[in-house]
Design a protein around this ligand. Structure first.
Ligand code: HMG
Ligand code: MG
Length: 314
């Protein structure tokens, strides 16, 4: 089985959408540019969603237009409907991600629509995306459990995933939105999803580390052959419509684990940690990533220029 793993960085979108503070546009751009310079193959830049729902990303148009577009790096953006797609295309996006859920209740809180209604919104989005040559990823939130409905059957998530695949999404990300998954759930969720028609090589897993089980879940998913994982630099993030959802699995923790286990990602770990350090003053709280703290303690992450001790006067 391949030793290559694709890490999809979702920090600038999933990480920032749930932060109390609004991160200034320039700081967001610097964060994305630092991440895309670290060898990450895909950086989800922002979300073209309702600014009333997610005010933290109200500057999506300006952020996307101004980030450096490095050759070979993918820059997906989150899109909920046709209005989002039009904004994304206008900003120059070449890849989008649509999102629904394995739970109707969660989807209603998140997008004011049932699962069925969200597919009604996606049809024209996928048609236009296809006509414009835009690659589409599909997210299934709450695939391992829901804050409103509790346990979710692996078959339910698998059916939603397969519908997204049939509609034309070419990568499917199953989300543990509230970080309740444990490793013993992972094989069944993966196997049901593949049986339902999503190719294993197109399947991503998106863990949140709310209860400290995210890396154990990754190990189980690796055994199942999954080779795409979403993570967020520093471990910031969550979903405002998933009460208690703390940060995503931290990119530093994921990359450290993968490299230690002999997997290749192409990601320079210390550069990701530097991107996190660059962002941290705008958030005003320490990152959750344990590997980040270990790297800082070892003096392997440079502080942002403004914090550096000035050289002694001569
Ligand atoms: P709605 O209120 O039903 O939309 O929201 P509407 O079509 O009735 O429009 C209402 C107003 O919103 C109108 O403005 C629209 O123009 C505007 P008004 O005429 O009143 O001034 N509007 C928009 N503005 C900008 N961009 C748009 C847009 N669409 C409508 N795209 C909607 C429906 C889906 C838009 C809304 O509920 C929404 O934006 N929800 C997004 C919520 C969100 O971003 N949640 C977090 C991301 S999902 C997540 O984190 C999970 C994930 O990470 C996976 C995991 O963790 O498992 C992906
Ligand atoms: Mg998420």
């Amino acid at each position: 089985m391949s030793r290559k793993v694709t890490v999809v960085e979702v920090g600038p979108r999933d990480g920032l959408q749930n932060e109390e503070r609004f991160v200034p546009t320039d700081a967001k751009i610097a964060f994305v540019d630092a991440l895309s310079g670290s060898g990450l193959p895909a950086v989800e830049v922002t979300a073209f969603v309702s600014p009333r729902k997610i005010p933290q990303l109200a500057d999506a148009d300006a952020v996307f237009a101004r980030v450096v577009k490095r050759p070979g790096v993918r820059y997906p953006v989150l899109v909920p409907n046709m209005k989002g797609l039009e904004r994304a295309l206008h900003a120059g996006a070449g890849e989008i991600a649509v999102f629904t859920a394995a739970s109707d209740s969660f989807n209603r809180h998140n997008t004011d629509a049932s699962i069925e209604e969200s597919f009604g919104r996606f049809r024209p989005v996928l048609e236009m995306a296809s006509a414009e040559g835009v690659h589409v990823r599909g997210y299934v939130s709450c695939a391992f459990g829901c804050p409103y409905e509790g346990a979710i059957s692996p078959r339910t998530g698998a059916e939603v995933a397969a519908r997204l695949w049939d509609l034309g999404c070419r990568e499917i990300s199953l989300g543990d939105t509230i970080g309740v998954a444990v490793p013993s759930q992972v094989p069944e969720v993966v196997e049901r999803t593949v049986e339902a028609g999503v190719p294993l090589e197109a399947l991503a897993l998106h863990f949140h580390d709310t209860r400290g089980t995210a890396l154990a879940n990754v190990c189980e998913a690796l055994r199942e052959g999954v080779r795409i994982f979403d993570s967020s630099a520093g471990g910031f993030g969550g979903c405002p419509y998933a009460p208690g959802a703390s940060g995503n699995l931290a990119t530093e923790d994921l990359v450290y684990l993968l490299h230690g286990m002999g997997y290749e990602t192409g990601v320079a770990l210390e550069r990701v940690a530097t991107a996190t350090r660059l962002l941290q003053p705008s958030l005003g709280r320490p990152p959750a990533s344990r590997v980040w703290h270990a790297l800082v303690s070892a003096g392997r992450v440079l502080p942002p220029a403004a914090d550096r001790v000035p050289p002694p006067a001569v």
